[in-house]
Design a protein around this ligand. Structure first.
Ligand code: ADP
Ligand code: MG
Ligand code: MG
Length: 886
């Protein structure tokens, strides 16, 4: 087996495509060598050695030693130096590198091969003992830290003491004699700490370093990082051994890092920093302040020290050429590491540069305009989820933040406003065009009764609950910033105070929350508004040309519907009518209906609701101007509309002019042990058809009115929730059709409507063939379908779903990304059986999965006609649907 692949001198045994075997760093070093860039020669020990190492009780393959020797000989031959030679020593760096870039792995060791004798050889060669001993002390420190486990502090102390004694601040002011003494002190430290002298034999040093890289694959930091980022353990890491080039050889030497474009804006201008007479990570370590690479950046930053462009114009010119060549070669923005040794440029690393979402869009669009990428490639490049960063106001990165606490980043974006402690207070503060203020709704946790308060709040902050708590899920749905589970906050509702740290906030005090980071900030901070035109608009336009599926939004309020249109939704896929019932005035009528003793009483209460619902629907239809609108009949159990707790019951009873006992008795009667599987969905319409009839009437009358108003015919789709088969569906459909007839004859207008159903129970998926005989469309309600297929209640899942995912028993949270194998198969069965009976049946999905890129990919695979998601996820869905179609 080939365990070692070499590179250098214009060729390499590896290539960029061999990332799995060579790791990212090794593959790109090989690639750079192949395309003729100046790369110090070296070799890569493959990731397969790592796998072998762990599969065989931490032992290397037998042939490895000989292959490493061959690799060393390859470097020696190109550099005309010899490893361990006293007169002309070869020094190498040992660098880890896995497939995915992975912090937590072993740090790089530089200058390996130095010992008390070779250091003198290096000095002669460079004609500079200062440089040689500077290199030696760096090596001792890095090696001791990484391989021998001695902390950096021990060495920093020695260095600081030496500088103090001499009365200087900068490392570069130390001379050869100083470094010689420091090296001696370092070695003494190693002896004292480990009981053994610092290893002098270069071969021992090399194998010590190689072993440390492989061992670091299993260190706790690396394991945690892999778990958090779903990187399989089986990937392993590679080890790169490479001839040293020296940026610390005096004033004509330097080391630096650069991006070929600005990683925060995407602007096409070389962006980077360098340090003269420095080595390795000095640039990022913050010991000295690095200088800008270009003159333009230096001038813009008001920096006095010269740029690389001014200081080493030839090197700069060559570097610009290399950067351009690499960008064209990889066809993407590059992140580069380089070193200049006595005026000669060497490339040490290239990779696709990490960037903000804004920069990613600009780079992709620019590369298409530059003729480097096709539109399809540009669309494929952008991570749909990253668009979230762009769709919400964010805190100006330059603004100072007085962070006072943090919670979970439950819903992205930032918001600021006055603290309010109740939904009523939120509504009050936000009333009136001139008097409205922005508020942050601060609650221990939220419940369905808070929906109206959440709607008007700029942001939501809770002290309890996780990423799938009510507040988090609803906030994400509304596209509102939310920080949840901020456990260090104390809310005293009676006193109307919020205590954070020692500081007491009152209602009306201003705070800022950042739902992307979980930060809670004292006072107002400068914000940046989202920018939806420009590059964003261009790329979304390309995505729209590519995708097959339609994108609809889940929306019930006019604001949501308008936002959805603004984000490019092509209709409403789910309008949850119950959300319309929580308004202050309507809730009274809703409660009257629930408390009514008979059908006549219910009808009386429903008659009060009818005009409200009619105007709700009319507004939606008018905003959507002829685009399809799916309206779901009332779905949740009725007890959600009743007050909870003695105080609230007493208050509502008083308002309604009834006895609290009567209200309490009704609430008790409606109590359910398992509401998710209880008296809800079409079961309400079956027990009380008059509810569905009122809603159907409101829908149809609104359709007639809206069509008259806008001149565009309304396409409405009435959706029956939670059916178990054809019979219950037909029962409700018959009521809807009857109402449609009535409205047609009353108005003399012909209605354009369809009646369909949610497929959200396993039985419904299995009975899809029969249901499709009468249902004209299906919308897969995969939230409930996931709950019922897996037998997991979403609201109770956090304590056990976490361990499932952590222990590798489930790949992902099935409520975030659809469980393809199980729930996915039910969806497929539903599609197949439905289509067999009704070939042109309209198929869609609503629920959280409709905005999740991985789930959208699945929807494309089974050929759904559309996905529907919350308005703020519409752009994400448009892009994900395009990628799924590619
Ligand atoms: P990381 O993965 O943390 O970026 P690297 O392996 O890239 O670690 O090493 C960090 C730095 O060490 C490089 O950016 C470079 O400055 C320096 N370095 C690594 N190998 C060499 C070498 N052969 N010659 C000179 N400097 C090197
Ligand atoms: Mg590092
Ligand atoms: Mg690097």
């Amino acid at each position: 087996t080939k365990w070692v692949l070499t590179f250098g001198d214009g060729r390499a045994e590896g290539r960029a495509e061999m990332r799995d075997l060579l790791g990212g760093k090794g593959a790109n070093l090989a690639e750079m060598a192949n395309i003729g860039l100046p790369v110090p020669p070296g070799f890569t020990i493959t990731t397969e050695v790592c796998t072998h190492f762990y599969a065989n009780g931490r032992a290397y393959p037998q042939e490895l030693k000989a292959q490493v020797d061959t690799g060393l000989a390859h470097i020696e031959q190109i550099t005309s130096r010899k490893f361990g030679d006293e007169a002309n020593p070869l020094l190498v760096s040992v660098r880890s590198g896995s497939r995915a870039s992975m912090p937590g792995m072993m740090d790089t060791i530089l200058n390996l091969g130095l010992n008390d004798r070779t250091v003198e050889g290096l000095a002669t060669d460079a004609d500079d003992r200062r440089f040689a001993y500077d290199s030696y002390r760096r090596f001792i420190q890095m090696y001791s830290n990484v391989v021998l486990g001695i902390g950096h502090d021990a060495f920093e102390d020695i260095l600081e003491t030496a500088k103090e004694k001499k009365g200087i601040v900068e490392d570069v002011e130390l001379d050869a004699e100083d470094w010689i003494k420091i090296v001696a002190a370092y070695k003494a430290k190693v002896l004292a700490e480990t009981g053994a002298a610092f290893p002098q034999e270069p071969a021992d040093q090399l194998w010590g370093a190689i072993g440390a890289v492989f061992q670091s694959w299993m260190n706790p930091r690396a394991i945690t990082y892999r778990r958090l980022n779903s990187i399989p353990e089986s990937w392993g890491t590679a080890v790169n051994v490479q001839a040293m080039v020296f940026g610390n050889m005096g004033e004509t030497s330097a080391t630096g890092v650069a991006f070929t474009r600005d990683p925060s804006t995407g602007e096409k201008s070389l962006y980077g920093e360098f340090l003269v007479n420095a080595q390795g990570e000095d640039v990022v370590a913050g010991i000295r302040t690095p200088q800008p690479i270009t003159e333009a950046a230096r001038a813009a930053g008001g920096v006095k020290a010269p740029s690389l462009e001014a200081r080493m114009p030839d090197v700069f010119k060559e570097f610009v050429g290399v950067a351009t060549k690499l960008e064209m070669h990889y066809r993407d923005m590059q992140d580069l590491e380089f070193t200049v040794e006595r005026g000669k440029l060497w490339m040490l690393q290239a990779r696709n540069g990490k960037r903000t979402a804004k920069a990613a869009l600009k780079v992709a669009v620019d590369l298409v305009n530059e003729g480097v990428l096709s539109k399809e490639e540009a669309v494929a490049r952008i991570d749909p989820s990253s668009l979230d960063q762009l769709l919400h106001p964010t805190i100006d990165p330059k603004a100072e933040r007085k962070i006072i606490a943090s919670g979970l980043p439950a819903s992205p974006g930032a918001a600021q406003g006055e603290i309010v402690f109740s939904s009523e207070a939120a509504e009050e503060a936000t009333q009136g065009e001139k008097t409205a203020r922005k508020v942050i709704l601060v609650r221990v946790e939220t419940s369905p009764e808070d929906i109206h308060g959440m709607h008007v709040a700029a942001g939501i902050l809770t002290t309890r609950g996780g990423m799938t708590s009510h507040a988090a899920v609803v906030a994400r749905g509304m596209g509102k910033p939310c920080v949840s589970g901020a456990g260090s906050l104390r809310i005293d509702e009676k006193a109307g105070t919020l205590t954070i740290g020692g500081k007491v906030f009152k209602a009306g005090d201003i705070i800022t929350i950042d739902g992307s980071t979980g930060q809670i900030i004292d006072g107002a901070v400068a914000m940046i508004e989202p920018e939806l035109s420009g590059d964003f608009g261009v790329l979304m336009g390309w995505a729209d040309q590519i995708r097959r599926m339609k994108i609809r939004a889940n929306a019930e309020t006019p604001e949501d519907a308008r936002a959805a249109r603004g984000f490019g939704a092509e209709g409403i896929g789910l309008s949850r009518t119950e959300h319309m019932f929580f308004d202050e005035r309507r809730i009274v009528a809703v409660r009257e209906m629930i408390l009514a003793d008979d059908e006549a009483g219910r009808k009386k209460a429903l008659a009060k609701l009818l005009p409200y619902q009619r105007s709700d629907f009319r507004e939606l239809f008018e905003i959507m101007k002829g685009l399809p609108v799916t309206i779901r009949l009332l779905d949740p159990p009725l007890h959600e509309f009743l007050p909870h707790g003695d105080e609230a019951v007493a208050e509502v009873a008083k308002e309604m002019g009834i006895e609290p006992e009567k209200l309490q008795a009704r609430a008790d009667a409606l109590h359910e042990f398992n509401p998710m599987l209880g008296f809800r969905g079409c079961r309400l319409a079956i027990a009380f058809p008059e509810i569905a009839e009122m809603q159907a009437r409101a829908i149809f009358e609104a359709a007639v009115e809206a069509a008259k108003e806008t001149g565009a015919p309304v396409t409405c789709e009435v959706m029956v929730p939670l059916v178990i088969g054809r019979k219950d569906f037909d029962f409700v459909k018959a009521r809807i059709d009857a109402v449609a007839k009535e409205v047609e004859s009353e108005t003399g207008e012909k209605l354009i409507y369809q009646v369909g159903t949610m497929i959200e129970l396993p039985r419904a998926a299995l009975m899809a063939g029969e249901i499709a005989e009468t249902a004209e469309f299906f919308s897969f309600g995969t939230n409930d379908l996931t709950q019922t297929a897996l037998g997991i209640s979403r609201d109770d899942a956090a304590p056990f779903l976490g361990p499932y995912v952590a222990k590798g028993l489930l790949d992902t949270d099935p409520f975030v990304t659809i469980d393809r194998e199980g729930v996915g198969e039910l969806v497929e069965i539903g599609c197949e059986r439905g289509r067999k009976v009704r070939p042109n049946i309209k198929l869609g999905i609503c629920g959280e999965h409709g905005g999740d890129p991985a789930s959208i990919d699945f929807c494309e695979e089974v050929g759904l006609d559309y996905v529907s998601c919350s308005p703020f996820r519409v752009p994400i869905a448009r892009l994900a649907a395009a990628q799924a179609a590619l």
